[in-house]
Design a protein around this ligand. Structure first.
Ligand SMILES: [Zn+2]
Length: 399
């Protein structure tokens, strides 16, 4: 089965051979068995033909940070926060993360499956062709394993490729209130061995922040995960410089995410250790805050930068990577071409997938977005009317 894309206007992609974003015009692409077989001015005959109408073609988005395994949205929390309610007031009214924990614990596997599936359908319609999904609203062994199993089943039957992360260290569940060390023991002694035995999760993520998991607890959880074959990722320094960037560097995490408050020292250590900085401007925007990640400082220190949605029911109910590009350009001052690289190639690198997805190169998966646009600047420019003409996943026309 082969497909030829003709009449491509502008093709914008990262080129690994020169390590740069490149733009080609007037090229064709041949796809065979879901992979890119040829790119050139003429590529020969194929079984099927797609006329791209002189439009822009880019790699599909790689969303490298999401929390989609929850039961219900938290619209009520949103409304309360708009009315000035504090985190504590929302929690007292039955909202906050405890609400999501109850939802996942009480939901059947099939209910969770259908909720997550419809979210994945939306991600795909917005051009996300590869996604990292975390557990982390079960927060006991059974409910975390259930969340991971739902993701694994969806990965087997949904078009989107899912990279699965265990995040037992998302928050302290209510039954361990005041005893975070006790919960850390459960994560290390019970959950991580069970997650490793289950064999689904690739990564182990920790919310390393004051009021959540401190540096010592995070180190213990990440080290235990490594011992069981789970590679570390870190939610780092979102609210204050709590030493999380340093922990990510020390433990060799592939990515440290958020970083709004990271210290220069922490960022330098990340750079030396090759940790990717994943920036999540949707969260700052959704919470109505103004402190965005310091892109220029992070870039000057020399870190690779990835962008993701941080989709979750509490602090960022955003699924569109196009919108994240708009936020990154407007508020982080990332140039559009760099933002596109961060949302495709570097995001794939942060999931150790850059040899298969994240750029349009021969041998890679044919994951692409054909836009109703002539040039890539149109992606962040069209802030909410995502002009996607066709999403192509592994060479199949899917949306
Ligand atoms: Zn997150």
């Amino acid at each position: 089965m082969s497909l030829k894309l003709t009449n491509i206007g502008e093709l914008v992609t990262f080129d690994s051979s020169i390590e740069k974003m490149v733009t080609y015009s007037s090229v064709e692409i041949a796809i065979e068995n879901g992979r890119i077989a040829a790119i050139g001015t003429t590529v020969g005959d194929c079984d099927e033909l797609l006329d791209c109408g002189g439009c822009l073609l880019t790699p599909g988005f790689v969303d490298s940070h999401t929390h989609p395994v929850f039961l219900n949205g938290r619209e009520n929390d949103f409304a309360m926060r708009l009315g000035g309610a504090t985190y504590e007031e929302i929690a007292t009214a039955g909202g906050g993360i405890v609400n999501s924990i109850d939802g996942v614990r009480n939901a059947s596997e099939s209910t969770l499956y259908s909720r997550v599936k419809s979210r994945l359908d939306t991600f795909l319609s917005f051009g996300t062709t590869t996604i990292e999904c975390k557990s982390g609203y079960g927060l006991n062994t059974g409910s975390e394993l259930k969340s991971l199993k739902v993701l694994d089943e969806l990965n087997n039957c949904h078009e989107i490729d899912i990279i699965i992360t265990f995040m037992g260290a998302h928050a302290c569940p209510p039954e361990f209130s005041g005893d975070m060390d006790g919960y850390v023991d459960i994560i290390c002694d019970e959950m991580i061995p069970a997650v490793a035995e289950q064999g689904i999760a690739k990564y182990n993520d920790v919310f390393c922040e004051k009021g959540y998991f401190n540096v010592q607890q995070s180190r213990k959880i990440l080290k235990t995960g490594k011992k069981y074959g789970l590679a570390p990722r870190v939610h780092a320094d979102e609210f204050e410089a709590s030493g999380a960037a340093e922990v990510a560097a020390e433990l060799g995490a592939v990515s440290a995410d958020h970083l709004m408050a990271a210290s220069n020292d922490g960022l330098r250590k990340m750079s030396e250790a090759g940790v990717i900085a994943t920036l999540l401007p949707g969260t700052t925007f959704f919470l109505g805050k103004t402190r965005y990640a310091p892109y220029n400082r992070i870039r000057q220190i020399g870190l690779d930068i990835s962008l993701a949605t941080d989709y979750n029911p509490g602090s960022c109910h955003i699924q569109s990577m196009s919108f994240i590009l708009s936020l990154a350009c407007i508020y982080l001052h990332i140039p559009p071409l760099e933002a596109l690289k961060a949302a495709t190639y570097t995001a794939a690198k942060s999931l150790d997938l850059h040899n298969t997805v994240g750029s349009l190169e021969i041998g890679k998966k044919a994951d692409m977005i054909l836009w109703n646009l002539k040039e890539h600047v149109g992606i962040p420019y069209n802030i909410v009317n995502y002009p996607i003409r066709q999403v192509i996943k592994s060479g199949r026309l899917v949306n």
